[in-house]
Design a protein around this ligand. Structure first.
Ligand SMILES: Nc1ncnc2c1ncn2[C@@H]1O[C@H](COP(=O)(O)OP(=O)(O)OP(=O)(O)O)[C@@H](O)[C@H]1O
Ligand SMILES: CC(C)(CO)[C@@H](O)C(=O)NCCC(=O)O
Ligand SMILES: [K+]
Length: 281
């Protein structure tokens, strides 16, 4: 009961953090108050853009939030599109007037990375593991379903390795581009595995095929780790869709990646500063 009185004042003082997760298809923006996400937006990732264009898009969105720019204390960025790092850092600096913490293998809250070349690991995958480290996990599997589907494996508190497979819509794109008689269809669950029409055959193949692959890979990962009880997390937009269709997923957390960006924004120590008068990209 003692705590119940204390909590509101702590919450009131919780700092605001602005986070950006640039994916190959979508860019997610979020504002956290302390550890709680208060607002979030999804933009289409534009691979050719300038810092002024980024500033314009983000500035327009934030105006709809009740949070004032001056209230934001920390700023974090994760990008898996290297050319977009500079325009985003520049725009965020200009807008929020704060140094920007960019997630990478040198700014990851000392998360161990077992990759042969740690710098080649995607920042989004690193964020997923950073999030779970903060929650006290040492061993876990994350399945992140976006443009690509990644299996991010955590072992002894660090990023151990994993797999990358084409994302659900990327698989559909390739199939329908290569086969003259196959046209893209909406991605939804077919009623049965043995489909009696082309559209459902594509749907069944894509989604039941994905579940079969997912379940088999999770089992093989657990075997390779030599551990039976490894918690399995799912994130990414497609995660919600597969959630009810496989019991190997223990937890779906759509904010796993952005929460990792928040942690680096708040506790990272290698802010990137770009000269404001530098060349326009
Ligand atoms: N909240 C949601 N509810 C339902 N479907 C969603 C939701 N968010 C995303 N999706 C769907 O899931 C897809 C994948 O989303 P996600 O943001 O994880 O990956 P992406 O944007 O395709 O890839 P990347 O993160 O690599 O840019 C989206 O393209 C969208 O069709
Ligand atoms: C695999 C993606 C595209 C998923 O967003 C991204 O994490 C990435 O570009 N990674 C770099 C390669 C790697 O993680 O091994
Ligand atoms: K993503």
């Amino acid at each position: 009961m003692k705590n119940a009185k204390k909590k509101p004042s702590i919450r009131k003082k919780a700092p605001y953090t602005f986070v950006v997760d640039v994916g190959n298809t979508h860019t997610v923006l979020g504002i956290y108050k302390g550890e709680k996400i208060e607002d979030h937006w999804r933009l289409t990732t534009r691979k050719e853009t300038t810092s002024d264009e980024v500033l314009n898009r983000v500035g327009g969105l934030i105006r709809f939030s009740k949070i004032k720019l001056e209230e934001i204390s920390f700023v974090g960025l994760s990008t898996v599109v290297p050319v977009l790092e500079r325009p985003w850092v520049k725009a965020l600096q200009k807008l929020l007037k704060k140094p920007v913490q960019v997630v990478n293998s040198n700014n990851c809250l000392d998360c161990p990375i077992a990759y042969l070349n740690p710098a080649s690991l995607g920042a989004d995958r690193l964020c997923n593991i950073i999030s779970l480290r903060d929650r006290g996990y040492t061993d876990a599997i994350v399945i992140d379903m976006g443009t690509a589907t990644t299996f991010d494996v955590m072992k002894d508190g660090g990023f151990e390795g994993g797999l990358i497979i084409p994302g659900i819509s990327a698989s559909m794109d390739v199939l329908t581009e290569k086969a003259a008689r196959l046209k893209p269809v909406s991605i939804e669950w077919a009623d049965r595995i043995v489909a009696n029409n082309t559209d459902d055959a594509i749907r069944a193949g894509l989604l039941y095929g994905f579940i079969a692959e997912l379940e088999s890979l999770v089992q093989k990962i657990k075997n390779e780790l030599g551990k039976k009880n490894v918690p399995v997390f799912a994130t990414g937009g497609w995660g919600r869709m597969v959630l009810g269709h496989s019991d190997v997923i223990d937890t779906y957390d759509p904010y796993l990646t952005v929460n990792g960006v928040r942690l680096v924004a708040m506790y990272g120590n290698k802010a990137v500063e770009i000269d404001r008068d530098g060349d326009e990209e």
